[in-house]
Design a protein around this ligand. Structure first.
Ligand code: PLP
Length: 395
């Protein structure tokens, strides 16, 4: 068997393909129409929120969130150093200063504690990232945000359907952003996303910002073509609008796939919990701690390998899985402050020992939903064998 980390991204069923074809044939227009409206309603109902807007991808959603937050040059924004680069780039674009928060060594997520250490008079925004499918401690983070008057943007790209105390990711902060990229738990043909916004006043600005400032003329018109088909206007002083729209066929597909999101997540959860349990006999492998009240939806299956007592590293484990078993695990995420891009932009400094320690010892197992039960068992059994070999006879 050969198993890649990313593997096949998504397996649409016949019903979903039929919905897609129907929208491609009959949507009128092909963008900004009834399917978009319907999906926004469906997703709002799923999360239990009022204001939800589909966008072309989560990076665009974060760009909108950054604009709505009012972040500008001279302000500071707090982000975890341990995340995918797209969590940070939209905030870098504002000209604000990025401050890197460390992760909690047990959950491997940004925490209220790590955020509070970085707060200054200039801090305006904080971006908790719910990485791998597990939510950061949003109760503590929101309490902190109220205390220091911070705007909170939840990066939920990897945690659609994750919960804390029965409340979904993306519904705690001022904004929540979701991704429908090809490797995420739900995808609209490889690209897509949504942004949810608490404030009705901010929500009112999104349609214009999302679509080149376009809106209908509101005054009475004798002739529909005078002065032009539609108006354009500026929603936020000094900010040019974008085009971040999701197409009608993609929106139709999103509504269809959303119906089975929970059952797909349940399958991920069952597999991940089994994998974790089976590896309990190897304390050198540790997974994200899931505290009481949290629903981890396991977008990915990441772990730390503490092989030092056997003189081994995560590279040895990955090497063994790859060369002996044809299983391609990977390491992620390179701490953002170590990348040349962020260094060149002036954000190369950080004091994040837990982030460094986790990255330097981590392994991310292949965990796409479409692998067979046999493939999944093969990964588990091979990992056990590799771990035993790496122990080299030591207990
Ligand atoms: C995937 C991802 C993004 C970006 O999503 P896109 O839809 O590809 O733009 C942002 N943040 C995190 C944590 C992600 O995993």
């Amino acid at each position: 068997m050969t198993i890649n980390w990313s593997g096949r991204a998504f397996d649409y069923n016949d019903e979903e393909i039929a919905v897609l074809v129907e929208a491609a044939r009959h949507a009128d227009p092909l963008t900004q129409g009834k399917y978009l409206e319907q999906f926004q309603k469906d997703f709002s109902a799923y999360l239990g929120v009022k204001n939800c807007f589909a966008v072309a991808n989560a990076t665009n959603g974060l760009d909108l969130a950054a604009i709505l937050s009012g972040l500008k040059k001279g302000d500071e924004v707090i982000l975890p150093g341990h995340t995918f680069c797209a969590s940070a780039i939209p905030f870098g674009r504002t000209g604000a200063k990025i401050k890197w928060a460390d992760i909690d060594p047990e959950t491997r997520l940004i925490s209220a504690e790590s955020i509070e250490k970085l707060i200054t008079k200039k801090t305006k925004v904080v971006v908790p990232v719910h990485l791998y499918g597990l939510m950061a401690d949003m109760k503590a983070i929101m309490a902190l945000a109220r205390k220091y008057n911070l705007f909170v943007i939840e990066d939920c790209a990897q945690s659609i359907g994750a919960e804390l105390s029965g409340k979904k990711a993306g519904t705690f902060g001022d904004c929540g952003v979701f991704s429908f990229h090809g490797q995420k738990n739900l995808t609209t043909l490889g690209e897509g996303g949504t942004i949810v916004v608490k404030s009705a006043a901010l929500a009112a600005k999104i349609p214009g910002l999302r679509h080149n400032g376009a809106r209908p003329y509101t005054q009475k018109r004798e002739h529909y073509w005078i002065p032009a088909m539609s108006n354009v206007d500026l929603d936020i002083e000094g900010v040019w609008p974008y085009n971040f729209c999701l197409s009608e066929p993609q929106s139709a597909l999103a509504s269809a796939v959303l119906k089975r999101l929970d059952s797909m997540n349940d399958k991920r959860i069952a597999r991940a919990e089994y994998f974790r349990k089976e590896l309990e006999e190897f304390p050198e492998i540790s997974f994200q701690k899931v505290r009481k009240g949290y629903k981890h939806i396991y977008h990915l299956l990441s772990a730390k390998y503490d092989g030092k007592i056997f003189g081994k590293s995560n590279n040895d484990l990955i090497k063994s899985l790859f060369y002996e078993y044809n299983i391609k695990a990977i390491v992620q995420y390179y701490p953002l402050y170590r990348y040349p891009l962020f260094q060149k932009m002036g954000f190369g400094k950080a004091n994040c020992p837990n982030t460094d320690e986790f990255y330097d010892n981590m392994i991310s197992f292949p965990f796409h939903l479409w692998m067979s039960d046999d493939e999944f068992s093969y990964i588990l059994e091979s990992t056990k064998k590799a771990l035993k070999t790496l122990r080299g006879g030591k207990k």
